[in-house]
Write a protein that binds this ligand. Sequence first.
Ligand code: SF4
Length: 246
Amino acid sequence: MDRQEVQKLANYFRDKPAEEVLRSFLSDHGLHASNGNKDRIALASSLGAEDQVLTHMVLEIYPDARIFILDTGRFHSETYELIQKTMLRYGVHYEVKFPESADIEEMESRFGPELFYESIENRKKCCHFRKVKPLQKVLSTLDVWVTGLRRAQAVTRGSVDKVEWDEGNGLVKLNPLADWSEDRVWKYIKQNNVPYSSLHDRGYTSIGCAPCTRAIARGEDVRAGRWWWETPEQKECGLHAAGSGI
Ligand code: SF4
């Protein structure tokens, strides 16, 4: 798929429902592999509400879909509970990716286990080794990745489209929920009895690593609980960085 084709698809799918976007890519673009190879399309799940919606949708369309989790090693215990619960509910086997132990050993030896509070540079370093590097490894096996990004989530996500060329990673990125509101996400979860993190019931709007995520107060921005000590413009971990087409 070249960039021109991606732009055409972006225009075509801009106002189409999330299920239609997913169904089309999961069945019509030759992304299913044969001969024991892996499919070239996968959902990246952070176990947040949007990704749980997409997990439900994707598995309804294609029960053998690839869904991967970047386990940073710093999740809340509630997140591990949700992984287990989701596996049992859908019979899904996640692809779980860990950071390289040598990277973490060296980083923590030099900068300590809570380096992320010391500077943005250190926070980005931790996100790089725990999330971005493992992600890049998975993306190298894909032509299309699916994410739960929504425009309303953050100032850094205002121009997210349903189909995009991810410049930084060199593949197509699908954001089927780009135009969904938070209310719509929760309505879908309740209507379909989709499992979700108990952290959401305690004021967490965004699920991330335990030391870098907190509950938010009424009226705060939905991503205010992530890296709350930084300004909104700085709040991306590199998975969805500006310059990567999103
Ligand atoms: S969110 Fe925090 S703990 Fe998780 S990878 Fe980034 S800096 Fe490290």
